[in-house]
Design a protein around this ligand. Sequence first.
Ligand code: RUB
Length: 337
Amino acid sequence: MGYSLYQTMNKTGAAHNTFVFIQHQYSIRMSLFETADQIRTMQIRGAGTIARAAAAALSEYAQSLSASDITDWKKEMQHAADTLVETRPTAVSLPNAVNIVMQSMQDTTTISEAKSAIMAAASSFITSSENAITRIGSLGSHYIRDGDVVLTHCNSQAALACLLTAKNEGRDFKVIATEVRPWWQGHKTIQTLNDAGIRTDFIVDSAVRYCMKEVNLVIVGADAIAVNGAVANKIGTSQIALAAHEARVRFLVAAECYKFAPKTILGDETEIEERNPDEVLAPQIRASLPFVKVRNPVFDITPPGYIDLILTEIGAISPQMAYIIMRDYLGWNKNIR
Ligand code: RUB
């Protein structure tokens, strides 16, 4: 019986090593609304982890939900699904996971049938999403050679899988990991890399261009990939891509197929989350600076021209092939709400 790893951070932004294990069979009870709150407050974070937590929460909720008829039951489920989707706007993995799970009950006519469909779909999503990371790790490790210096940003399970697999396969390389203001996700990354015995240099975010001359390869994760191949990921990613482009360093994105955003086919833009300025500067300091507006955008968009390859579980693709993933793999017409 497998366990999913949900990495958590505390509300002050200091990284710590608390892990919440959620069993696939959902024996650990956490209400859907608690999960939604934990996603909103960054205790559950990272696009893939958020998606798996949402699927698990829907399954749990379906099991405990009772209603007088199937129509009311489905309405309650939809309300729960909307609550999850509204927690954070940028990672498309969240609505994609929720849609995949919710679509499973579409043709069901009894509550018990709908419950089983939701539980099966959630379990299958969680398993396939974990398998996807393993496959991306195997694929990504091929791009890492002995002696390489690989730069990564934020805390991406997909990007880390590439590094960890390369290490397991005996490759000798060094990583440069960024700090990642204001939530310090880099602290989690260096903990994982250190645990795996991977030599790592830890730098402040603004040291990227200075260090790029030592780097052979950049690997980052993704929160959303648009139909033109543009990638939304942690703020600072696009600056790293720019520095990599300038230094002619290969820039790879490790992303499961459910990070592709079908709605962008119809012209929707990826919404960039702007979080509370208190995460950047303490309220008492802000209060003393009436002419200063502190802003906290937490994602940015890297244009496709700065991306060499996107590593997915079905293979490495050029960003220009994003539409194919949406059409042939995600079944975009079914996923657009
Ligand atoms: C996390 C982040 C990660 C992607 C990919 O941002 O930007 O790079 O989500 O991660 P936040 P993964 O901490 O604000 O959620 O590969 O684990 O899905």
